[in-house]
Design a protein. Structure first.
Lengths: 384, 298
């Protein structure tokens, strides 16, 4: 057998740890899954965290690594969500599965997730080819425009318009027949959400570390220099955009699993809810533009803040004025965003990536740095 | 035929509102190369100010539209505050991307702050009548007074603005800073004050636009500025961003596109067509209709 290089060892180590954690999660679910707050609070939260993580990481590919601001990310998510929902409803009507049971349903579930990603990626290609000829402000506004067009078109499609899946009895049918999981199914299929998230984040992480990742970082740092070094800038830009759209679609599919109803207004650019393109930008900026670790962490942090602001019992003990502010979570996020940009534009992690195989070395280095700083201070004291 | 002319008139009226807002975008973009996403929300600020000032103006025996003066002052103050508190510190430290994200954050902040203020709240408010009801009938076409006033007031404001930027010292300073900041500093222009003035004027124009908008759609809500602002931005890009006559041209074009789509194709698809136009223009001629293509310097 060929000896593994350092990268290979890293991948092996990560795989082992992930498999262990995944099994542990399975065991925990099996042990506590039946009832109580685990079923009612924790599992739905994990579902939400899962798609938020994928969304944040996928936007980070474009925003952090490619250095282009895309404001239409929720449009791709909407495409994914509607694709998955419609496909699952179609399968249900064709009587491929019943009551979310059996192997066939699991196959359908993954087929839906995949189809959602692929359709999003196709739309991302359509959007990306014209849009990525522009950059900076123009790209931001054109992706914003595309996001709105996508929502507008979905609204006007006869089979998934505002009355199709959003309101009334049709909404209930998604819950009962299609993908929309109740709390019980959420526990049952928690492994699927975790699996999809792990695979997605891993694929994105590998993309960033590959030669493609190096190429797009070169484009971010200096486009002209990158082009002069023989990088086909438009090819790599579109590729990244499509790759990012694919995972936004996957996140959308998970979203349609986790929610009983779909409504285009929840994917619009400005809405009071948690899911809009700006919120994803907040997550990416908070975590650090250019760090997948940061995006994943920030998704969890932001979800937690959002949850606490809305449901935390400590909110009741706050003064009335603060409570009034908390009624409008986006106000809090806007302030968070401005403060982060002003005082720590690099976000929490900057471009740092967490790595198991380097952990020991990094810890050692950090300890040494601290010891050195201490020694220096001591010396300064004894001299002064 | 009468439908056509009616649609044309509606288009021009819509277009003049977009043009007024687009002027604010274009002036700020011209001078600091930043899409001021919060500009749409200045319209909202103006609208809500007028909700409170119109009754005062009526009580003083003035016409309702006189309330716009107070709104313009409030908007200008909010605009200057935004520049001082958020944009200037970020501009000093960060790059284009961080400035743009700050602008988006400011927009969200203003929208949600308005909702959190008890006197405003999340529910829409109904504005009182601004201009006299009714209109003039010419043949089978009705020209409402609101439409006439909207078009006249915007034309006057735009001409004033053009005169200001072309003929006055401050206007010249503004164009100077837009062209070359370093050179402007060397010529003894206070760049920061000029930028502040640009924000004040742009935001004041937003208040005038709010008046027009209220005259037509007497419903004020906290997110009213976001879509209006976006379309106005599209107008500015369409005409060539940074160019004042371009913004007016773009505004009228977008207004016409919207009114014709609404009356001939489908009202729910109007926004799609507006953004399609933007995309087509950006792909074919990124500098806009009146802009010049400038090569990139290495």
């Amino acid at each position: 057998m060929k000896k593994l290089g350092r990268t290979g060892q890293g991948y092996l180590l990560n795989t082992i740890i992930i498999v262990l954690l995944f099994t542990a999660a399975q065991l925990v679910t099996a042990a506590f899954g039946g009832e109580g707050s685990f079923k009612l609070v924790l599992v739905p939260s994990i579902w939400q965290c899962c798609y938020l993580m994928i969304l944040a990481a996928s936007l980070n590919l474009v925003l952090g690594f490619l250095g282009q601001l895309s404001l239409g990310h929720c449009g791709f998510m909407a495409v994914g969500a509607y694709t998955a929902a419609l496909l699952s409803l179609a399968c249900e009507r064709a009587e491929l599965f019943k009551d979310k049971e059996g192997v066939v349903f699991i196959l359908v579930l993954f087929a839906c997730v995949l189809a959602a990603g692929i359709l999003s990626a196709l739309i991302g290609l359509l959007v990306g080819i014209p849009a990525l000829r522009l950059k900076g402000d123009y790209l931001a506004i054109i992706t914003l425009g595309f996001g709105m067009i996508i929502i507008n078109i979905i609204n006007n499609l006869p089979f998934c318009g505002q009355d199709g899946l959003a309101q009334g009895s049709a909404a209930a049918s998604l819950y009962k027949n299609g993908l929309g999981f109740g709390t019980k199914s959420k526990v049952e299929f928690l492994w699927a959400a975790l699996l999809v998230t792990i695979v997605s984040v891993t694929l994105m992480f590998m993309f960033v570390r590959s030669k493609y990742g190096r190429a797009i970082r070169a484009i971010r740092d200096d486009e002209i220099a990158a082009a002069a070094s023989g990088i086909n800038t438009s090819y790599y830009k579109v590729l990244t955009f499509v790759y990012s759209a694919f995972f936004a679609g996957v996140a959308g599919a998970l979203y349609s699993c986790a929610n009983a109803t779909l409504s285009t207004s929840s994917f619009a650019f400005t809405n009071g809810g948690i899911l809009n393109s700006t919120f994803i930008v907040v997550m990416v900026v908070l975590g650090g533009m250019g760090s997948i670790t940061g995006s994943v962490t920030a998704a969890v942090i932001m979800f937690f803040i959002n949850y606490q602001i809305k449901n935390g019992s400590w909110v009741d003990s706050l003064p009335a004025a603060v409570q009034a502010v908390f009624q409008y979570p986006m106000l809090v996020y806007a302030i968070v965003l401005i403060v982060v940009i002003m005082f720590r534009p690099r976000g929490i992690f900057g471009s740092y990536e967490f790595s198991l195989i380097n952990l020991k070395r990094e810890l050692k280095a950090a300890l040494e740095r601290r010891a050195a700083a201490k020694a220096e201070r001591k010396e300064a004291r004894s001299n002064g | 035929m009468s439908t056509f002319i009616q649609t044309l008139i509606v288009g021009i009226r819509l277009g003049s509102v977009y043009a007024l807002v687009a002027l604010g975008y274009t002036m700020v973009y011209g001078i600091i190369r930043l899409i001021n996403f919060a500009h749409g929300d200045f319209i909202m600020v103006g609208g809500y100010t007028m909700i409170f000032t119109v009754p005062v103006a009526l009580a003083l025996g003035l016409p309702a539209w006189a309330a716009v003066a107070a709104a313009a002052v409030v908007c200008a103050l909010v605009g200057m505050g935004t520049e001082l508190i958020a944009y200037r510190p970020v501009r000093k430290k960060g790059n284009n991307m961080t400035a743009l994200i700050t602008a988006i954050a400011m927009s969200l902040f203003l929208e949600n702050l308005a909702q959190a203020i008890p006197a405003i709240g999340p529910n829409p408010k109904v504005a009182s009548q601004i201009f006299a009801p009714g209109g003039i009938e010419i043949g089978s076409v009705t020209m409402e007074y609101t439409t006439i006033f909207t078009i006249i007031i915007s034309a006057v404001v735009m001409l004033l603005l053009y005169w200001f930027t072309q003929r006055t010292r401050m206007g010249r300073a503004m164009r100077c800073v837009a062209e070359d900041k370093a050179a402007a500093t060397l010529m003894g222009i206070n760049v920061n004050n000029t930028i502040l003035l640009t924000f004040a004027i742009g935001s004041g124009l937003a208040a005038v636009a709010a008046l027009m908008y209220m005259a037509q759609y007497p419903r004020i809500y906290t997110t009213m500025g976001s879509l209006l602002g976006l379309k106005a931005f599209v107008s500015a890009v369409l005409g060539g961003i940074g160019i004042i006559p371009g913004a007016v041209l773009g505004g009228v074009v977008i207004g016409l596109v919207e009114s014709f789509t609404t009356s001939y194709i489908s009202s729910s698809m109007a926004d799609t067509f507006v953004f399609l136009i933007l995309i087509i223009v950006l792909v074919l001629k990124p500098a806009g209709i009146m802009g010049k293509n400038v090569g990139e310097k290495v």
